[in-house]
Design a protein around this ligand. Sequence first.
Ligand code: SF4
Length: 180
Amino acid sequence: MEMLLHSYKITRTLPCLADPEKIRVIAEISDEIHEAFPYLNATLKGCIYNHPALTLTIKKDGKLFTLHAHHITLAKIEDEKEAEEILGWLRDFINETYGKRDQIEPNYSKGENLRALDIFRLLPGTSCKKCGELTCLAFAVRLVGQEIEVAKCIPLFSETFREKRKVLVELLHAAGFNVT
Ligand code: SF4
């Protein structure tokens, strides 16, 4: 079988900010994999594909896997053992899909949009009203509708919420939002 991705290595394990009982895992990968993204996007349901930024976010079993050209991040993971299993599955799936690319119509569309709830979980959650909205959920709804900028949530840009902000900005970028 033609191999696009040969190996991966877990390089960082962090608390998962979307779910405090889970972990977030970053793995460096041996090869560039972005050529497979439009074929994976065509094969899997519910992906968020950002073609210009070369990221593909896969939602599977309530977990989030974001593929970048040179690394993979996994969110809402139980432990390193589960991360290794998912990375093994991803490597095989990427290689199988890439090997069959002549039979797959590539899909370059952005795919499923972000949900307000995905955004809400990454906001401070204090409903302080500094953004002009009554609650963080109302802010999330307006943000997902691109009616307000993420920068309006001033508390999110404090040191306390640095990690949440990183994940949220990553998700917004992956979904093709213009984040300044
Ligand atoms: S400023 Fe941020 S924390 Fe405060 S209500 Fe708006 S979204 Fe929530």
